[in-house]
Design a binder for this molecule. Structure first.
Ligand SMILES: Nc1ncnc2c1ncn2[C@@H]1O[C@H](COP(=O)(O)OP(=O)(O)O)[C@@H](O)[C@H]1O
Ligand SMILES: [Mg+2]
Length: 326
């Protein structure tokens, strides 16, 4: 989204040559920039808030409610969704529950693509010629079958729901409302169909949540919004520390109780984290800006450090760019 524009604007602002950046990386023993964005994120880079993560998974397992993971772009919603998806099966098992999980991460889908993506992710068979409502019907039936025959509930993770507004909302509403009255009439006599068969775990910004409140109040009423926690200074430091260790090829021996963030000073990270308001994506971007400035200094005077002054300079440049974009 616009964040990508901010990042390239910041990179252009300091406009540092590749060789200069590379020399700084070599100086600190890094094989690549510690602050580049990765297409495939590595879980060794994640700072886990295990209490928060447990509370999400617990909500899914025990609660009658759906979940909406809420936060600005770059705050870590997708990361949290993936971690929750990863932890759900083990935690559920330990508590004597079984889950079938599905994950829809694409955005901008048309109604039928959305239905197909949901069915694919839950491994439900359908025919290409079907309408989207038929596909979702098949998902509902198969989820019910799994619930009754395999004693297994379904958790469907859907990212950035309102990017797919109209298409998504109708489907979500139907799935969130299961079991239908008809199902309860047919199966409810000897089965207890009194909990959701499909638990929705959605994510999106505050704007999306508000859209849901007005378009789908019936579902929003039964959904727990959870705000992604922002990184405090200690976590921001670990974020930088892990990335540096990763670029140095030392991530496997990273010790969260004892590491350094050289060539960054602790103070510089506090400045960055304040400017980033604890948003990991922004911290990465700002740290990358700091690398540019520090690399120029290193070329001129042989000093690769990132101090408070550099961090302030970059934070101000970033604030200016944000103002210009708006
Ligand atoms: N807890 C975390 N620890 C380390 N890095 C994180 C964490 N959460 C997010 N990030 C990083 O921040 C960036 C944005 O995270 P992402 O989950 O894509 O945010 P969102 O989905 O809210 O836009 C990614 O590069 C991701 O790897
Ligand atoms: Mg995301």
């Amino acid at each position: 989204m616009t964040i990508a524009i901010h990042e390239s604007a910041l990179i252009r602002h300091f406009n540092t040559r590749k060789e200069v950046l590379r020399a700084w990386e070599e100086r600190i023993g890094a094989r690549f920039s510690p602050f580049r964005g990765f297409k495939m994120p590595d879980s060794r880079l994640y700072i886990e808030d295990s209490d928060f993560l447990d509370s999400i998974v617990d909500l899914i397992i025990t609660n009658e409610r759906h979940v909406f993971i809420r936060g600005p772009v770059g705050s870590g919603k997708s990361t949290l969704m993936l971690l929750a998806l990863r932890d759900l099966p083990t935690l559920a098992d330990r508590k004597g529950n079984k889950f079938v999980t599905g994950y829809v991460g694409m955005t901008g889908l048309y109604e039928k693509q959305m239905a197909a993506a949901i069915a694919d992710s839950l491994r439900v068979k359908y025919k290409r010629s079907w309408e989207s409502s038929q596909i979702i019907d098949a998902v509902a039936k198969e989820s019910l079958r799994r619930y009754i025959e395999e004693k297994s509930r379904t958790a469907l993770f859907i990212e950035d729901v309102a990017d797919n507004q109209e298409a998504a909302f109708h489907k979500l509403r139907f799935l969130a409302d299961l079991p239908t009255e008809e199902m309860v009439d047919t199966y409810g006599k000897d089965q207890a169909l009194d909990e959701p068969i499909v638990t929705l775990v959605m994510s999106g910004t505050l704007m999306y949540w508000n859209a849901m409140l007005s378009f789908l109040p019936q579902i929003a009423d039964r959904t727990e919004p959870l705000d992604v926690p922002v990184l405090n200074n200690a976590k921001a430091k670990e974020f930088v520390g892990r990335r540096i260790a990763y670029a140095q090829g030392r991530i496997d021996s990273f010790d969260p109780n004892s590491y350094d963030v050289y060539p960054f000073s602790d103070e510089s990270i506090n400045v960055l984290n304040t400017a980033a308001r604890g948003n990991p994506r922004d911290i990465r971007m700002l740290a990358r800006g700091c690398q540019q400035v520090a690399a120029e200094n290193f070329r001129k005077n042989g000093d690769p450090t990132v101090n408070k002054e550099i961090a302030s300079l970059v934070s101000q440049a970033y604030a200016t760019i944000l103002r210009e974009v708006q």
